[in-house]
Design a protein around this ligand. Structure first.
Ligand code: HSE
Length: 320
């Protein structure tokens, strides 16, 4: 296949991310990627795109031989897995942003990629605009990776920032995150740490080769953080952040958890405010590196999908 492969896309989902991708692709003609069809659930809804683009029939995309890439941004785990598996089996490459689906189905996803030889990329599924997966895949040697700590959920970071800096109460801050389109449709997924641990599960895979169902990882969210905690943190000149952390132990095993932590003001993660995410990687010889960027939202997430599409033009695959 040539490097400048033409990508003909079938897009599942036209919400915050799907519409963002549609707009971004209109502004990036040099990518040679066009959306041929978009599969949606509700045909009655008004959308800023030609009606002829839309269908409610998944097979209009999955059985179209001209479509060589399926982009799936529906974020409903089981339906997404069904789409992704069929697409791979039908000889199409896939780009997905469905973190829950990837976290819960990773062993099957690995097997499907092996069986079909097709690629499934999902940079948008963790930390949106930060290219964390491909960096973990390509740049770092697992053996030299001493530890990672990260803020991987934009909504909880947004809520904590608004509570501690703007003195909003929890519910006001959550409402704002929902209005801005960062929060999951069930905000419990953000607030109680489910979204963070889902992302963390497959980041651990790309960092250390660990394949663990998120239910088996230690995590808690920010549901029990209150104004008193904020006061205590402020008195110590610290902030409270929902931090995902993994540390290589001397016996070679990896300890990992997602938990709210006091973060001193001179810590890299203290710099991460609102819907931003941040990743601090500590590895042999390079010491610490800090990646920072928007972890949620329409264009930041679409930018990661765009980067995956670009990688597919040279048939990039994760090695795991
Ligand atoms: N609800 C998610 C978050 C969206 O707040 O991080 C991006 O994955």
């Amino acid at each position: 296949m040539s490097y400048h492969k033409q990508l003909t896309i079938g897009l599942f989902g036209f919400g915050v991310v799907g519409e963002g991708l549609y707009k971004v692709l209109q502004q990036t003609p040099s990518l040679s990627a066009t959306i041929k069809k978009v599969c949606i659930k509700d045909p009655g809804k008004k959308r800023n795109a030609p009606d002829a683009l839309f269908t409610t029939e998944r097979d209009d995309l999955l059985n179209d031989e001209e479509i060589n890439v399926i982009v799936e941004v529906i974020n409903e785990s089981e339906a997404a897995f069904e789409i992704v598996s069929t697409a791979l089996r039908n000889g199409k490459a896939v780009v997905s942003a469905s973190k829950k689906m990837i976290a819960e189905h990773l062993p099957e996803i690995l097997a499907l990629q092996q069986e079909t030889g097709q690629s499934l990329l999902y940079e948008a599924a963790a930390c949106a605009s930060i290219p964390v997966i491909r960096n973990l895949e390509e740049y770092y040697d697992n053996d030299l990776l001493h530890g990672i700590k990260a803020i991987v959920n934009g909504s909880t970071n947004f809520i904590l920032t608004k509570m501690f800096e703007d003195k909003l109460d929890f519910q006001q801050a959550l409402l704002l995150a929902q209005q801005l389109g960062f929060a999951e449709s069930d905000p419990k997924l953000d607030v109680e740490g489910y979204d963070a641990v889902n992302k963390w599960a497959f980041l651990l895979t790309h960092a250390y080769g660990i394949i663990e169902h998120p239910d088996n990882l230690l995590f808690t969210g920010i549901q029990n953080i209150n104004a008193m905690d904020a006061k205590v943190a402020a008195e110590k000149n610290q902030q409270i952040k929902l931090v995902a952390q993994a540390q290589k132990l001397t016996n070679g095993k990896v300890a990992s958890f997602v938990i709210p932590q006091f973060v001193p003001q001179d810590d890299h993660l203290a710099f991460v405010k609102n819907e931003y995410n941040g990743v601090v990687i500590e590895s042999g010889f390079s010491d610490k590196q800090f990646f920072y960027g928007k972890g949620a939202g329409s264009f930041p997430t679409a930018s990661a999908v765009l980067s995956d599409l670009s990688a597919l033009r040279y048939d990039y695959k994760y090695e795991y």
